[in-house]
Ligand binder design. Sequence first.
Ligand code: PRT
Length: 110
Amino acid sequence: MSNRPLDQLEATIAARQAAGDADSSYTAKLLAGGVEKIGRKIVEEAAEVVEAAGEPGEPGREHTIAEAGDVLYHLMVLLAHRQIKLSDVESELARRFGMSGLEEKASRSK
Ligand SMILES: N=c1c2ncn([C@@H]3O[C@H](COP(=O)(O)OP(=O)(O)OP(=O)(O)O)[C@@H](O)[C@H]3O)c2ncn1[C@@H]1O[C@H](COP(=O)(O)O)[C@@H](O)[C@H]1O
């Protein structure tokens, strides 16, 4: 098993999903709320990371790291809810390598 923190977090989320004990696990509680509850948290945390990124200096940088952690965690819970693996998202990102974001946007409007 990989010791990459994102892989370890994915495994923990999967274990909480399997146990389904919303009384002892925040992850299980979120999962029980479905797309609506998880999505609300992602939107909330996304706004917080953007706000933190606008804060100056090292405190702002540290705050941004903490809020980015919250966004990634909640996004991973949403992926687990939809039975999507981190590797599925990585494959999608790898597929885009070498493709300019501007070119991709232009190809969509053709
Ligand atoms: N990485 C995280 C993580 N990041 C953030 N959070 C939680 O996300 C919530 C952030 O929401 P807020 O700051 O808005 O706090 P809140 O107001 O209490 O949240 P709400 O009740 O409004 O949803 C807090 O409760 C945090 O504790 C996380 N909860 C869990 N994990 C990971 O998931 C693992 C399993 O956690 P449990 O499922 O709780 O056992 C943990 O060991 C961690 O590794």
